[in-house]
Design a protein around this ligand. Structure first.
Ligand code: C5P
Length: 223
């Protein structure tokens, strides 16, 4: 395939999803939210009474859910076992437990394999794909021609996330983000890490349109 791959990593609330979708729309690319896959896996585990803090139990069950993502940036869909799970994966319960599930190596192996398949399909069938997550620039697509590490101040990230989940308790949101970032950055399997060959983009003082324009420019320069 000849399509471009744009890999975007960064902590929660750095603006990854809005940026990735906006870039995909601007350049008519596919869009893959890998966090949605870890959330879908977590939702399934909770729904099937698997103890998410029992890594062996999670590993054993990991191949059972059938997780399907649609890659249209205007209507990204998430299905688990054929049922729409777009709302279910955004609950506080899933958010609280997703870092434990995503730290299990067997879960990551399965989902990374699936993510690479989706990327290969998009490169064959479309102009390319924008992929966002925590390990896209390092593990899933380290050879991507465009690699971005998005950051923003902790305050800005908490504000954005609070708006998303319609919470007025910004301090609680900031504490929850800090907890998740700590878990995601310190786990043994594919932790969130910034590599030297990824372009760091601090979005704190920028509008979404400005961030999208910067990433589109990098993509155009990469060919
Ligand atoms: O991006 P989002 O906040 O929805 O991701 C939810 C969780 O999924 C993250 O906190 C992280 O634990 C996990 N994740 C991951 N690797 C990715 C994407 C998400 O471990 N590539």
């Amino acid at each position: 395939g000849g399509g471009i791959v744009i890999a975007i990593d960064g902590p929660s609330g750095s603006g990854k999803s809005s940026t990735a979708k906006g870039v995909a729309r601007a350049r008519e690319l596919r869009y893959l939210d890998t966090g949605a896959m870890y959330r879908a896996m977590t939702w399934w585990m909770l729904h099937h009474q698997v103890d998410v803090n029992d890594a062996a139990a999670v590993a054993e069950a990991a191949s059972r859910p059938v997780i399907t993502l649609g890659t249209d940036p205007d209507a990204p869909t998430v299905q688990v076992d054929g049922v729409d799970a777009a709302q279910a994966i955004r609950t506080q319960e899933v958010t609280t437990n997703v870092s434990a599930v995503s730290a299990v190596p067997a879960v990551r192996e399965l989902l990374v394999t699936r993510q690479r398949q989706i990327i290969d399909e998009a490169r064959d069938e479309a102009a390319g794909i924008v992929v966002e997550g925590r390990d896209i620039t390092t593990v899933v697509a380290p050879d991507a021609p465009v690699k971005i590490f998005l950051t923003a101040s902790a305050e800005m990230r908490a504000q954005r996330r609070s708006r998303e989940v319609r919470s007025s308790d910004v301090a609680a949101t900031q504490a929850d983000l800090a907890r998740r970032d700590q878990l995601d950055s310190s786990r043994a399997a594919s932790p969130l890490t910034q590599t030297a060959d990824a372009t760091e983009l601090d979005t704190t003082g920028l509008s979404l349109d400005e961030v999208i324009a910067l990433v589109v420019k990098l993509a155009d320069e990469a060919g």
